[in-house]
Design a protein around this ligand. Structure first.
Ligand code: SF4
Ligand code: SF4
Length: 407
């Protein structure tokens, strides 16, 4: 099939040129279809209705967040399959040409563990692992990336629907709509990007480049149950109780950040996308429809360790430099838990994580703290730790978070 990227419709561009974005916030507390299906319909209707953006002949690709290694939906690591079901069924009322998936690594059938294989067979929809159909190089002309390899399934779709999960992220603080597009490039390139853009602000620009190159038509974020703590895989599930939807993924992420008590401008990719005009990251410029944000904010949401270093941007540079080393968490191997699967060593972009006598070890000097090893270890054997002074400072900053965010 020919790469049909030029024909794909992108609704968010309209909103960006208008300098305002619209986001729908809809209460939904359970993955039971009785509540979920009406909530998904309401979110779409508040944005004008899916039928305005989909034609019966459209080929739709639904991009879920299906992190490797595979995990059951109760752990809140993947977009919940029941959430995906509700969206797929709504799309299938308009067009039968629907596929869904992600680029997933691992042996066996990773989609079996998450429930996605079962969902595909029940719905009769095509479930795709992007790596099976390959990737195609495109010009990107971004801030830090000139060219990109993107999943053919994404490029060949007329409409891409993005289904991110609201989770914390130990490198980017938040993972949402923009970050979910990182899964459209090959796994090897993702690892390479971490090595090439080792500074968080550079990595944020790379994420924005990828999002800007292949922006989805619409995003529906699964924030029914999210993840707090050391996401995107090592945190704890947390009830949030909402769906966040919009055409502009940056605006969706900005509202999601507010939901968990963060200032969107503290999130590198939101701030970079906003200032580059890729999307609207300032909530003053977002027209929120549906439920009110003030009532929705989750109290005491546990942020990842990385989040506290963001607050150092607000203090003079010499003081920030003094504390950054103490506050930044480092990956450390819990030797007793390590089963020697080598997943961390295989993904490490610098060779800092390596195997020795059947166990993983991390060479601190070579580690750029990309947290890929933490993300892929399915045995919780990669811990994120900081020195004792850093731990104390982290606790103080966490406690003062709400006050600091208003400075
Ligand atoms: S630390 Fe985790 S990913 Fe690395 S070898 Fe051990 S079990 Fe595997
Ligand atoms: S050891 Fe882990 S955090 Fe450090 S560079 Fe390798 S994958 Fe990244």
């Amino acid at each position: 099939m020919a790469i049909g990227r030029g024909t794909r419709r992108v609704a968010c561009a309209i909103w960006v040129t208008m300098d305002r974005a619209q986001v729908a916030l809809v209460r939904c507390t359970t993955y039971r279809q009785r509540e979920l299906t009406p909530a998904v319909h309401r979110a779409c209707d508040l944005l004008g209705g899916l039928e305005k953006h989909l034609r019966p002949t459209d080929r739709v690709l639904v991009k879920v967040n299906h992190l490797s290694p595979p995990s059951p939906p109760e752990r809140a690591i993947v977009t919940h399959p029941e959430f995906t079901r509700a969206v797929l069924e709504h799309i299938m009322e308009i067009t039968p040409h629907v596929a869904f998936g992600d680029d997933v690594q691992g042996e066996g059938d990773p989609f079996a563990v998450s429930g996605y294989r079962k969902l595909a067979s029940e719905l009769g929809a095509q479930l795709i692992n992007f790596k099976e159909h390959g990737f195609h190089e495109i010009d990107c002309s971004g801030q830090v990336l000139d060219k990109l390899f993107v999943a053919r399934d994404i490029l060949e779709a007329d409409v891409v629907v993005n289904l991110p999960k609201l989770k914390t992220h130990s490198l980017t603080t938040l993972t949402g709509a923009v970050k979910n597009l990182y899964g459209t490039i090959p796994a090897g390139h993702r690892s390479h990007c971490h090595g090439r853009f080792s500074k968080p602000e550079e990595f944020a620009q790379a994420l924005v480049d990828i999002y800007a190159a292949v922006p989805p038509t619409i995003q529906l974020m699964d924030a029914v149950k999210g993840m707090e703590g050391e996401g995107p895989a090592g945190g704890q599930p947390r009830d949030i109780g909402y769906i966040v939807a919009g055409f502009d993924g940056v605006a969706v992420d900005a509202i999601a950040a507010r939901l968990i008590g963060l200032d969107p401008q503290d999130i590198g990719m939101i701030s970079a996308a906003h200032w580059r005009g890729v999307g609207v990251g300032d909530t003053d410029d977002i027209d929120l429809v549906g439920d009110t944000l003030e009532d929705a904010v989750v109290p005491g949401f546990q942020l990842p360790s990385a989040a506290t270093t963001r607050y150092l941007r607000r203090v003079p540079a010499p003081i920030a430099r003094l504390f950054t080393g103490q506050l930044s968490p480092r990956p450390t191997i819990h030797t007793a838990r390590c089963v020697g699967c080598a997943a961390c060593a295989n993904i490490c972009p610098t060779g800092a994580a390596a195997m020795h006598q059947g166990k993983a070890h991390i060479a601190r000097r070579r580690c750029i703290r990309c947290m890929c090893c933490h993300e892929v270890c399915r045995y919780d054997a990669v811990l994120l730790q900081r020195p004792p002074h850093g731990r104390a400072l982290h606790r103080i900053l966490q406690a003062a978070r709400r006050g600091l965010s208003t400075l």
